[in-house]
Design a protein around this ligand. Structure first.
Ligand code: UDX
Length: 441
């Protein structure tokens, strides 16, 4: 059993805290946001994440998981401190590390000798060095710094934490190595023990590679559209090659979320600072940024003017299984369609509040069901691949629309079912399955 404190209870911090308690450790979670801590102390869960509420409840019941708004007390009572605070994107695309720095100073003031300080937030390479220097500058001695990047995905974060495909441990001394291997002893998976800089690069390199895979298939989707090929079949044909693999080859409206867009840009900036050409990542980002404009252009081609047209957004979260809308394509789409004069409605099973907060003044009428959002609409766009959308009675939706036009931004619905329900169906990179009048094949 290790005494652990987790600084920052966002997605990564909260799931990690609950996960460490489930592994049998004694965990204190800290957050600067006292409201959040009050929620957690009173048995609540501030984010929507499948399985997390139950895991938190188990941790609390076992007495191994507590929360506090007192960072000093948490650090002083711990052998290992995990730093899980936010690393938002600064205006120039670099990672803003001011929260990490502030926490490093606070840790220095309260830690005891032998403490292992572990960065778990996604940070640029060399951040651990800065943490070490900051703690030393503030008088800290006899401590270790390590890097343990987290690869969990929103929507499956609990499972990703407890059953990961690998655990990456960046260490510079035996004390940190042993402490981290002990903490994860209960998890059976490959443990990649490397130096700290290597661990930091593994995280950014992995996320950038996955983002690149998505932009790559989106580029292929555009080509498929131009030549009449089907990107889903292309992806299937490519993915059967085990060197490529079938995952992260779903073409559509592009990636969003708190990680990919921000991490790709932060990785680019760090590479540029070291004179490494990052044209490949630049293009990954550019292709992704252009996805929404391309979809809107295709709609304009089909529907003529968008001004005054009522358009329903089916799904608002950046992906299914979460209420997170950070960098979600839905936001960019809503802004672009609004700028063209469209009237917007939206539906999402869980992201309604987060979307409304993020979209601010922009008028979007949020409805209780996909059917209600589409009633009287000129077009529906599948923005998030929620399983619920596959259960919708398409014929009744089409019957209630002003014009039954459906743009599948995720290639999520069955084109034949859409066509037989009476929809003009538009896909992404699959012209052969489309049923837009005059263009059907
Ligand atoms: C990602 C990484 O997967 C995870 O390892 C890291 O720790 C954090 O970033 P997450 O942001 O939760 O996780 O979502 P993920 O499931 O990876 O999807 C990211 C985005 O890519 C979503 O917007 C999703 O819709 C999109 N996507 C994914 C595609 O457009 N096509 C695909 O084939 C896969």
């Amino acid at each position: 059993m290790t005494r652990i404190s987790v600084i920052g209870t966002g997605y990564v911090g909260l799931v990690s805290a609950a996960g460490f308690a489930a592994l049998g450790h004694d965990v204190i979670g800290y957050d600067i946001d006292e409201q959040k801590i009050a929620t957690l102390e009173s048995g609540g869960c501030p984010i929507y994440e499948p399985g997390l509420e139950e895991l938190l409840a188990e941790g609390r019941a076992s007495g191994r998981l507590r929360f506090t708004a007192d960072l000093g007390a948490a650090v002083a009572a711990s052998d290992v401190v995990f730093v899980c605070v936010g690393t938002p994107q600064a205006d120039d695309g670099t990672a803003d590390l001011t929260q990490v720095e502030a926490v490093a100073r606070d840790i220095a003031a309260h830690m005891t000798e032998g403490t292992v300080v572990v960065e778990k937030s996604t940070v640029p390479v060399k951040t651990a060095q800065w943490i070490r220097r900051t703690i030393e500058l503030c008088g800290g001695r006899g401590f270790s710094v390590a890097s343990n990047p987290e690869f969990l995905r929103e929507g499956s974060a609990v499972q990703d934490f407890l059953e990961p495909e690998r655990i990456v441990l960046g260490v510079a001394d035996e004390q940190a190595r042993e402490a981290l291997l002990d903490i994860y002893a209960g998890i059976d998976c490959p443990k990649v023990v490397v130096d700290i800089e290597t661990a930091e690069i593994i995280k950014h390199a992995s996320n950038s590679f996955l983002a690149m895979k998505i932009s790559y298939i989106n580029m292929i989707a555009d080509l498929c559209e131009a030549v009449g090929a089907d990107v889903r079949q292309v992806a299937e044909g490519m993915g059967l090659d085990s060197r490529i693999g079938p995952k992260f080859l779903a073409a559509g409206i592009g990636y969003g979320g708190s990680c990919f867009p921000k991490d790709v840009r932060a990785f680019m900036r760090i590479a540029e600072q070291h004179d490494v050409n990052v044209g490949l990542l630049d293009e990954t980002d550019r292709i992704n940024e252009a996805r929404v404009a391309r979809l809107v252009a295709r709609m304009r081609n089909d529907l003529w003017n968008l001004k005054g047209k009522k358009i329903a957004l089916w799904g608002l979260a950046f992906k299914p299984g979460t209420d997170d809308v950070r960098e979600a394509p839905s936001l960019r789409l809503a802004r672009q369609l609004h700028a063209e004069g469209a009237i917007l409605t939206g539906w999402d099973p869980v992201a309604r509040e987060t979307f409304l907060r993020a979209v601010g003044e922009l008028p979007v009428e949020i409805c209780d069901s996909p059917q209600d959002a589409a009633a009287g609409a000129d077009a529906v766009i599948v923005v998030t691949d929620w399983p619920e959308l596959r259960e919708v009675d398409l014929a009744s939706v089409a019957g209630r629309m002003r014009s039954p036009y459906l743009f599948d931004g995720r290639n999520w619905l069955d084109p034949e079912a859409c066509a037989s329900a009476g929809f003009w169906y538009r896909a992404t990179g699959r012209p052969g399955v489309e049923t837009v009048p005059g263009q059907a094949s």
